[in-house]
Ligand binder design. Sequence first.
Ligand SMILES: Cc1cc2nc3c(=O)[nH]c(=O)nc-3n(C[C@H](O)[C@H](O)[C@H](O)COP(=O)(O)OP(=O)(O)OC[C@H]3O[C@@H](n4cnc5c(N)ncnc54)[C@H](O)[C@@H]3O)c2cc1C
Length: 457
Amino acid sequence: MSVTAVRRAAPDLAALPDDLAGIELIDDPAVVRMKSRDFYWYSPILKPLLRDKSADLLAVPKSEDDLVRIARACARHRVPVVVRGGGTGNYGQLVPLEGGLIIDMAALDAVRWIEGGLGRFQAGARLIDIDAAARPLGWELRMHPSTKRMATIGGFVAGGAAGIGSITWGQLRDAGAIAGLRVVTMEDEPRAIELRGADLAKATHAYGTNGIITEVEMPMARAWPWVEAIIHFPDFMTAARFGQALGESDGIVKNLVSAFAWPIPAYFKALRPFMPDGRSAVICMVAAPSVDALRDLATEHGAVLSFERAADEAATGLDVPPLYEFTWNHTTLQALKVDRTITYLQSIFTPGRNIAQVEALHRLFGDEVMLHLEFQRRQGGVSCSALQVIRYTNAARLAEIVRIHEAHGVRISNPHSYILEDKGPKVIDADHQLAFKREADPYGLMNPGKMSRWSPA
Ligand SMILES: Cc1cc2nc3c(=O)[nH]c(=O)nc-3n(C[C@H](O)[C@H](O)[C@H](O)COP(=O)(O)OP(=O)(O)OC[C@H]3O[C@@H](n4cnc5c(N)ncnc54)[C@H](O)[C@@H]3O)c2cc1C
């Protein structure tokens, strides 16, 4: 993959300040560059490709009207645009490949309403603030990424996939996971469009390539008092089988089931007192009324809980951060903090065959590919995905590791590419997204270079 993008008519950035009078614009290169970055540096492949990329100008809109003015001006002057939420994407989704304008959504952070199992939020609202507003009303988000403290709801639906809650509620792309999106188009006369039902696929997980999401409506779940726990096991396959069994225990209310092959737990510095040497571990979150059943299940698998804490206590005593910050893609971050030479993969195992696939690959690779499983509901059952922590040698070996996974029937969602289609969206979603881009972004200004199927008409 190389960063060569075709520029359409030359952008006239100098014309923007006049058109956007009254909207905060920042051109300090250090600030703009900082806002043009996400966590792409996780990837040794992306790092050299993206480190010199930056927008030229940053805009901080305060209302949807501001966004409409920005869209109109950028369409008129053919200026490329990237939208920024919390900046926690990890494949360079938001890194501008062609300069231009980056829009910081931080000031569009209102909770519009939460009622009757639905909530509506401005796209820049942070997930942690949404839950803080929802809990007193008895609701919580059904799922959130492990970046809950930084990520926005707009960034999650535009760039995320699943997370804490997915063991009960599946993935963001499942029908019913998102209720509605409001999107401002990038046309001569921008429109604000409401997407619902099947139309949601047009802009969900599209990396902001085909519109600016201004509001998100989400189905909510009844809030539970969650308990975080760590359980350790003499070998990884016992931990994996326990994870599967916990996932399939329909009577246990749960939010998170993550399994880690030793030596991954050794990377979790703050958790070391609860992670004995040589033992694989499961981190999970269950509802307080389900803790006794969790202990019984652990006993059945020859294990005990080494750590147990009410999740809301994590918010006050940060000696041990919330346990979800060791799971999902935080596992990779915790490992990178200790060892900058490792890298990772993202993969989806086959429902019904997942444990057999895990066993075969664990045997084959040993410590070179350290398994980290996230159990999820998929296609009506319980399966897992993995964010393997890999001892990186070179790109050729990484490609070989990918090939071997694929030969075992494991689907790779390539985290070493910023190209949307390389994450393996359903073809039908990709078709929807491309068709919508032709309508909503006719000049191809939105996050150019990220949707490989796009070419100017
Ligand atoms: C440590 C770590 C852990 C992670 N864990 C998870 C996880 O558990 N689950 C998961 O799914 N992901 C995870 N991720 C990836 C990322 O955090 C999530 O996708 C997150 O939801 C992104 O939100 P954000 O607000 O930071 O988005 P950003 O990084 O700001 O943006 C992500 C993409 O969406 C676009 N975008 C943002 N806002 C808008 C908008 N309003 N309109 C249109 N486009 C927009 C951006 O242009 C970009 O392409 C993790 C990343 C890291 C670094």
